[in-house]
Design a protein around this ligand. Structure first.
Ligand code: AMP
Ligand code: MG
Length: 313
């Protein structure tokens, strides 16, 4: 296999136990050798991530996934439908997966990302890559190499620039580790698409202090500026004195701000969401007002992120 110079650098850093930011179709990941505890520990340190929040193992082949997880028939069917793609499957782990990856759980999340550079990188390695999103814990996920450089540039050995992420939302997480399957986190694959393969399964909505899917934490994905979500015209009337930006679906209602998809396309809105939150965060606004997206397809996952990023009052 002929590897480009940038993939060679990423590979070398990972083999030496270093941290590399990798492009995927969902968001940029902060990757390390997933079978090497000391390398994985650097991820938690760089992100300031609590150790109870487990990481996802990124794999380049089904064979590699089978070394890390107990793949059963249903899991193989689901993987066949969506891999490579924005789907993480939670399964019983095998003994080679260090506890630090799974936060001591006997289950592990595995995913085959759909990005050419990262696929080549994974195929060139003899270990899976443990990688959460490449952002400081709790902040908005990064969808460009620049987002990673802005916040974690001095913490990583190399950033593999694969351009802007094409999906722009984190992976959908499906727990298949026991007999009752469940969607733990809504993400880049709409719930309905999962139901078509598995039948209708529950979608975890609530959060707790020690959640099974910490993507479920409240106040996650949050910009520093305050965000309020609701009916824009009502919110504009309510918050007259403040410097306000509007995060709209198709328009900004004549105010400053960003429309996620003027043509009304939910895939485009998803792709633009995190970059828009970051841009508005840099704009020195007192308040960001957002409307709910149409609650169908990826709109549900976007609304879930907005809910978690918004002020609780
Ligand atoms: P991030 O990529 O930053 O969204 O982080 C990975 C997410 O995967 C975690 O926050 C968890 O929600 C989820 N995850 C990883 N492993 C497991 C597991 N064994 N059980 C449940 N959720 C998991
Ligand atoms: Mg994350």
């Amino acid at each position: 296999m002929i590897l480009g110079e940038d993939i060679k650098r990423a590979r070398q850093a990972l083999i030496s136990g270093g941290l590399v930011a990798i492009p995927t179709e969902t968001v940029y990941g902060l990757a390390a050798n997933g079978l090497e505890s000391s390398a994985v520990a650097k991820i938690f340190k760089a992100k300031n991530r609590p150790n109870y929040d487990p990481l996802i193992l990124h794999i380049g082949s089904i064979a590699q996934a089978e070394l890390s997880a107990e793949f059963h028939e249903d899991a193989k069917n689901l993987a066949a439908a969506f891999w490579p793609g924005p789907l993480t499957i939670i399964l019983k782990k095998t003994a080679i997966v260090p506890d630090i990856v799974t936060s001591g759980l006997d289950t592990v999340g595995v995913r085959m990302p759909n990005h050419k550079l990262t696929q080549k990188l994974l195929e060139s390695l003899e270990f899976p890559l443990a990688a959460p999103s490449a952002n400081p814990f709790g902040y908005v996920s990064p969808t460009t190499a620049q987002h990673v450089a802005d916040q974690l540039g001095d913490q990583v050995d190399f950033i593999l620039d694969g351009g802007p992420c094409q999906v722009g939302l984190e992976s959908t997480i499906v727990d298949m580790s026991h007999s009752s399957y469940e969607i733990l986190r809504q993400g880049g694959i709409p719930n309905e698409a999962i139901f078509k393969v598995l039948g209708e399964i529950p979608v975890r909505e609530e959060s707790s202090s020690n959640p099974k899917a910490p993507g479920m934490l409240e106040n996650h994905y949050a910009p520093t500026a305050e965000l309020v979500v609701g009916d824009i015209s009502q919110l504009i009337e309510k918050y007259t004195e403040k410097r306000i930006a509007v995060l709209g679906f198709q328009s900004t209602y004549g105010k400053e701000g960003i429309a996620l998809s003027p043509s009304g396309n939910l895939e485009e809105a998803a792709r633009n969401l995190f970059a828009a939150l970051r841009a508005l965060d840099r704009g020195n606004y007192d308040l960001i007002l957002s409307e709910w997206m149409p609650n169908t397809g990826l709109g549900k996952a976007i609304n879930d992120k907005l809910k978690r990023a918004s002020r609780k009052d």
